[in-house]
Design a protein around this ligand. Structure first.
Ligand code: A2P
Length: 344
């Protein structure tokens, strides 16, 4: 089997670091691994298969110099905007974790279990976009339900972990908790978030839009429509919570008129969908929670119940590891599908 030269842009970040573990766990066919970050990280190393590899400074010509085949970008939108074209120019396929290219009509936006066929479009731009973390875990649960009954509308509230703001986000939560126990939370700085995150919830993620929603909320709207190829109505409220790294979502789905939701059929559709697992036994206090989803590649669904008033409305709860399902694992699965396509 062919092996590939792989670059990880954002090599020292929360998502970047997850890749090395996953490459090993998934036995990803790597010939050479090149970890790229800013000059700030020069002198640092990353660990891959028991080896220490030096971090290399990201420059436009590095992709050509290292003969990169696959470049994973997780260093923020402006870095992708500037350097993804360099990687494409050098002949690499870019798998981009930022929002920068997601809504570009020439860039496929892919969750491999949901719309693998869209990967073909990669030739248009050389880029495949990885969706927003909250969108990924939501569409993983929506797709089997849409296939079952046809979804008309989705109302979602998210409970998003600090990992969504990168390492700095997680470190800020830990530092504030330490400061709380040292009776100095009042003086604890907040830079990753607009407000104190420890012992708090913040009902804003990303910037405000003119329509009253936030940019994160509009990502969930636009990206879900693009991935599911459907103009479904989506209303999102995205909330940051003091959790380290797994997002939860409370989701209400309205199916097409005339649908009568059958809970058994819903459970079966979810359970048989790839990488989705139903964990749902309320009387025994069993349901998905961030602590159980962390460090896994599964999207867990629970609290599945019918609406009290309408036959075509369903409520449920879902949880997935933001760094893995919502970022690195999805990117890796995209790369696996891309390889299958290339090798076919
Ligand atoms: P660096 O530490 O050298 O800035 P996180 O998502 O956890 O915040 O991590 C962001 C990642 O993106 C880090 O690896 C960071 O490396 C990298 N990064 C941020 N800005 C740049 C940049 N301008 N050029 C290259 N890498 C960058």
């Amino acid at each position: 089997m062919r092996k590939f030269n792989v670059a990880v842009v954002g090599a020292t970040g929360a998502v970047g670091e997850e890749f090395y573990r996953l490459f090993e766990a998934y036995d990803f066919p790597i010939a050479k691994l090149v970890p790229l970050a800013s000059a700030r990280s020069l002198g640092k190393t990353i660990e891959y298969r028991g080896q220490e590899i030096d971090v290399v400074e990201l420059t436009c010509d590095i992709f050509e110099k290292e003969e990169i085949d696959i470049a994973f970008f997780s260093a923020g939108g402006s870095v992708s905007a500037k350097y993804a074209p360099c990687a494409v120019e050098a002949g690499a396929v870019v798998i981009d974790n930022t929002s920068h290219f997601r809504m570009d009509p020439n860039v496929p936006l892919v969750v491999p279990e949901v719309n693998p066929q869209d990967i073909e479009l990669w030739r248009e731009s050389g880029i495949i976009a990885n969706p927003n973390c909250s969108t990924i875990q939501m569409v993983l649960a929506l797709k089997p339900l849409d296939d079952l009954y046809g979804i008309k509308r989705v109302d979602v509230c998210t409970y998003q972990a600090t990992s969504g703001a990168g390492k700095a986000g997680m470190e800020e939560l830990v530092k504030q908790m330490q400061d709380f126990f040292a009776f100095k939370l009042d003086e604890s700085p907040h830079e990753a978030f607009a407000h104190q995150i420890a012992l708090n919830v913040i009902p804003q993620i990303d910037v405000a839009m003119e329509n009253g929603f936030t940019k994160e909320e509009m990502k969930m709207v636009n990206e879900s429509q693009k991935i599911l190829h459907k103009q479904l109505e989506v209303a999102a409220t995205c909330v940051r919570v003091p959790v380290l790294r797994s997002h939860s979502e409370s989701i209400t789905v309205t199916f097409d008129e005339g649908v009568e939701v059958q809970i058994d059929a819903v459970r079966q559709a979810l359970e048989s969908f790839e990488n989705v697992q139903v964990v749902d036994d309320l009387p025994n206090q069993i349901y998905p929670m961030p602590v159980m989803a962390t460090d896994t590649d599964i999207t867990y669904v629970g609290r599945i119940r019918k609406d009290l008033y309408r036959d075509n409305i369903l409520h449920f709860w879902n949880v997935a590891d933001q760094v893995r399902v919502g970022a690195a694992t999805n990117a890796l699965r995209i790369a696996q599908k891309w390889i299958e396509l290339e090798e076919a």
